[in-house]
Design a protein around this ligand. Sequence first.
Ligand SMILES: *Cc1c(COP(=O)(O)O)cnc(C)c1O
Length: 364
Amino acid sequence: MRPIVATISQSALQHNLSVVKKHTPNAKVMAVVKANGYGHGLLNVAHSLHAAEGFAVLGISEAITLREAGFKQTILLLEGVFNASELAAVENYNLDIVVHSKYQLEMLVNANMRHAVHVHLKMNTGMNRLGFAPQNYAAAYHALASHHHVAGVTLMTHFATADNAQGIAAPLDLFQHTIHDLPDNLPISLANSATILRYSDLTADWVRPGIMLYGATPVSNVPATDYGLQPVMQLRSEIIGVQTLAVGDSVGYGNRFTADKNMRVGIVACGYADGYPRQAGLLGGEYPTITPIAVSDKVTSTLGRVSMDMLFCDLTNIPEADIGSEVELWGNQIAVDAVAEAAGTVGYELLCAVSPRVPVQLVD
Ligand SMILES: *Cc1c(COP(=O)(O)O)cnc(C)c1O
């Protein structure tokens, strides 16, 4: 069998949930498990995080998977329903829905329903993605709150700049000002990972952590370990070939790396078809920048272009490494965020992009 595997650490997930609880001890946790649990496997994550009070997903099918696996928590559809026919499953499986636009509100009030559903009413506080404009928010609230298809309303927004210097002051102010005249006992759902980690004094009934649960950073210049987070996924493979290079020899497509000394090169069974970013190391232009990789527990770097099924790494200073040696693409020694940075992206994207051909294995 091809030696690649992504192991998912249950204890790291639980530890990272405890970091959420430490920052926002009074809030209920809506663990965001969209995108197949950020690539970690929806049920792997949900079972490990069974202590969370809720789960947030994107699609009905993910929500049904969770209900059928026995999860009794609140399950929220983060973008609500995409068409009215999905409301039948919302009722049957007792799901919460986001309502972010007038057309969704109309679908809900005009539907043929036997049970009332709980609505998370989303406000656009400046991201300009989904959500009611502040000036239309109170009207949307009253239309829902008075309707017999609605069991209750949670007030919700999502911050666009929680991870940078702009911060959340202005959008939070707008949110609070807009809800000022609504009943003051309504639950409030606010915070993504960056907000939780950077604004612990925030009060909310629900927080919505995603990336921090998986042990990657939501803030580009702050390593996840600085927040006390533990990496959850370890993407591992092995050396399946070794080459020796003389001065002037090159490796890989396009001869993008040429040795300026005698070198030993390892061929790793992992490529872009596994989800490893092909851009990694190519950002420097003609000569590759360095992407870290660990072989036999030692940190070295990749070389040349990533192929579909393989990539190259420098074994010159790891003489003990040979065919069958353990490789960590990311995980405990190599932060996924470090590989992401070398590829000009964020850890989120790499985790979500691990391809279905990589076996995923839940470990303690
Ligand atoms: C994805 C998502 C989150 C989680 O964001 P992280 O940055 O991964 O913590 C929270 N809220 C909403 C509305 C989302 O779409």
